[in-house]
Design a protein around this ligand. Sequence first.
Ligand code: SAM
Ligand code: SF4
Length: 330
Amino acid sequence: MSPSPPLIDRYGRAHTYLRVSVTDRCNFRCVYCMPEEGLDWMPRDDILTYEEIARLVRIFVGMGVRRVRLTGGEPLIRRDLERLVAALGAIEGLDDLAMTTNAHRLAGCAETLARSGLTRLNVSLDSLDPETFARLTRGGRLDKVLAGIDAARAAGLTPIKINAVILRGENDHEVPALVEHFSAHAADTVVRFIEYMPFDARWHRSVRARELRTQLSRFYTLDPWGERMGDGPAVYWRVRETGLRIGFISPLSEKFCSTCNRLRMMANGHLRTCLSDDGTPSLRDLLRGGATDDQLAAVIRAMVLGKREGHGCTVEGGVPFEGVMTRVGG
Ligand code: SAM
Ligand code: SF4
């Protein structure tokens, strides 16, 4: 493929980060992410093969993408994921290969993934109470997730970022407990609180970051932590008493669209340039139709140029995001 200029959109945003969903299926049914009965899963033939994903990622890296995150659905339910990790890890120019997982199956594979080239992990964990955890995930086992986190730490997949979606009336009272629990691992763990985003007009009640900080300040002193961790949207603070770094990701109340550097590729090869965007053409169809790398790169560039300025959702309401999170990959 010919050398290619970076992926800059109409608003001057350079895109260096790609989230790759490897499946829309999941072993959980988190209440904020998907319906209890699951979804009409993507037909297996529609899902990109590992070879197809690796080819597309190579093209993205050729256009300036430096960080890739595997996500889903639940990435660890896709068979032989370490094969994909190894293929992506070998791509020259890719600086960071991470994964977001619910960690239910992580204990058995953390070491293999690390050996295959995975560098870092985000683990989603919304509660430390086994019953609340099972209710929010509709069936997940907290002990398995905690064992997965321990295994990741032992395999050197650090720093581990714990992501908790906070819902009013569900787990908002657990914010101090999450901070206390992970303070024991402050050196290699970061806890981030994520504002709920409404998809498909399903509304839970989110809690603003400011309110969570006020709640925490009854127990801890929080110092602003100016250092950036990666180039994501989280705003970081440090718990003075324990050294734990905590982050807040607030897509609605502290919107960060103007600095968005990310693209999302769904498991069926559809590229989403924005979470509020849907219906982009499938890279898979072009790829399977015989498109060259240069042709695919030109289509990707055109899609990025068409990226919208931002989403229209606020804490109070507005337009919910398109589709369901388990398809898009967070
Ligand atoms: N299954 C993996 C997991 O849970 O980590 C990866 C996919 S999941 C869709 C990626 C992230 O999206 C998770 O951290 C999850 O908590 C978050 N998420 C899902 N639905 C969300 C929503 N409606 N609002 C905010 N975050 C959401
Ligand atoms: Fe599955 Fe992750 Fe969605 Fe939960 S948040 S249902 S674990 S994809």
